[in-house]
Ligand binder design. Structure first.
Ligand code: ADP
Ligand code: MN
Ligand code: MN
Ligand code: MN
Length: 339
C-alpha cells in the first residue's frame, strides 16, 4: 500500500510569496525524501537552470484526505543544497539555535479576509456597495453579521486534526475578516506551523468556493486592515520580575523600529495609519493595554509583573521566519541599551 505526501513550499512571488504544493506517492512506512520542482514556474529560477530542491522540515497527518496521508512543509534549497534566496527559514534556524538558551516563545495572531472565489467580492459586502459600518461584526453571531464561519470552523478543526498548535479563532472587526492564533511555540515551530495553517486555509477555501487573502488592507477606506500581531516572550520575561526585561525589550525595539517595519510585510503602510487599532508606521510607542501602540503589554502581564509583549506591527502577509528572526536578534542579543 501507499500514501500521499503533499509537499508544500513558499514560492518567489513578489512582493509577497504564495504557497505551492504537489503530491508525492510513497510506499507505506517510507521516510519523506528530498524532492525537487521547476523553479522557473515559481519565480525561483531561470528556465535554463530550473531545478530547485525541496527539503521537508515539518510534517503532519493530512486532515483533509485522512488515512496515512501527510502534509509536508518544505524549505527551498539551491541544487548545491545551500538555502535558496527565497528561503528565510535557514537564517531563522541559525538565530534560533544561537539564542536557544533564552527559550523564545511566539504566539502569532493570523488575521485574514474571505472573498468570493473570484477574489474580488469580500464576504459580507453587497455587490457594488458597502454593508452597515463596522461595530457589530467582531466576535459576532447571526447571519446578518457573521460571514464565513463555516470556513473558519473547518479550518480550526483541520488544524487540530493535523496537530498544529492552533490556540483559538475569532471573527474580526471588518465583515468577512477572521483570525486564528498559532502558539505559543518556538520560532521554527510557530513559523512552520503557521505556513502550513495558511496552506490549509486556502485549501479549505477551495471546498467552499471562498478565497482567503492576507492582504493587509483588503478594502480601502474606513475598514480595518489585517495584521499578524506577534506575541513574544523569553524565559526571563515569563518569570517573576520579567516586566523589567519586557520594558528593556521595548526600548530595544524603539531603536530598531524602521528595520522591523521594513521586514514586517508588503503594503503595511496602508494598514498602519494610526487608525483602526494601529499605531502610525512612522511612530513607535509601547504601552500597557494600548491597542493604538506599536507594542502592547497585556494587562495581565502588567498586573502579574511578568509574561509577554505583543508586537502589533507585523502585517497579515508577513513571513513568520523573518519576524521571529528580527525579534530574537533585537531582543535577545546583548546589545547595550543607551540610558
Ligand atoms: P489578543 O488579545 O491580542 O487578541 P490573542 O488571544 O488573539 O490576543 O492571542 C494571544 C497569543 O499569545 C496566543 O496565540 C497565545 O498563545 C500567545 N501567548 C500567550 N502567552 C504567551 C507567551 N508567554 N509568549 C508568547 N506568546 C504567548
Ligand atoms: Mn487576537
Ligand atoms: Mn485580531
Ligand atoms: Mn492582538
Amino acid at each position: 500500500m501507499a500514501f500521499k505526501a503533499e509537499y508544500i513550499w513558499i514560492d518567489g512571488t513578489e512582493p509577497s510569496p504564495s504557497l505551492r504544493s504537489k503530491t508525492k506517492v510513497l510506499a507505506d512506512g517510507s521516510d519523506l525524501p528530498i524532492w525537487g520542482f521547476d523553479g522557473s514556474s515559481t519565480n525561483q529560477a531561470p528556465g535554463a537552470n530550473s531545478d530547485c530542491v525541496l527539503r521537508p522540515v515539518y510534517s503532519c497527518p493530512d486532515p483533509i484526505s485522512g488515512g496515512d496521508n501527510k502534509l509536508v512543509m518544505c524549505e527551498v534549497l539551491l541544487p548545491d543544497m545551500s538555502p535558496h534566496p527565497t528561503n528565510n527559514r535557514a537564517a531563522c534556524a541559525e538565530v534560533a539555535s544561537k539564542f536557544e538558551n533564552q527559550e523564545s516563545w511566539f504566539g502569532i495572531e493570523q488575521e485574514f479576509t474571505l472573498f468570493e472565489a473570484d477574489g474580488k467580492q469580500p464576504l459580507g459586502f453587497p455587490e457594488g456597495g458597502f454593508p452597515e459600518a463596522q461595530g457589530p461584526y467582531y466576535c459576532s453571531v447571526g447571519a446578518n453579521h457573521n460571514f464565513g464561519r463555516d470556513v473558519s470552523e473547518a479550518h480550526a478543526t483541520a488544524c487540530i486534526d493535523a496537530g498544529i498548535g492552533i490556540a483559538g479563532t475569532n471573527a474580526e472587526v471588518m465583515p468577512g475578516q477572521w483570525e486564528f492564533q498559532v502558539g505559543p511555540l518556538g520560532p521554527l515551530e510557530v513559523s512552520d506551523q503557521l505556513w502550513l495553517a495558511r496552506w490549509l486555509l486556502y485549501r479549505i477555501g477551495e471546498d467552499y468556493e471562498i478565497s482567503a487573502t492576507l492582504d493587509p488592507k483588503p478594502v480601502k477606506g474606513d475598514w480595518n486592515g489585517a495584521g499578524a500581531h506577534t506575541n513574544f516572550s523569553t524565559k526571563s520575561m515569563r518569570e517573576p520580575g520579567g516586566i523589567k526585561i519586557i520594558e528593556e525589550a521595548c526600548e530595544k525595539l524603539a531603536k530598531t523600529h524602521q528595520e522591523h517595519i521594513n521586514a514586517y510585510g508588503a503594503d503595511n503602510d496602508q494598514r498602519l495609519t494610526g487608525m483602526h487599532e494601529t499605531c502610525s508606521i512612522n511612530e513607535f510607542r509601547y504601552g500597557v493595554s494600548d491597542r493604538g501602540a506599536s507594542i502592547r503589554i497585556p494587562m495581565a502581564t502588567a498586573n502579574d509583573g511578568y509574561g509577554y509583549l505583543e508586537d502589533r506591527r507585523p502585517s497579515a502577509n508577513m513571513d513568520p521566519y523573518i519576524v521571529c528572526t528580527m525579534l530574537i536578534e533585537t531582543i535577545c542579543a546583548e546589545k547595550l541599551v543607551e540610558a
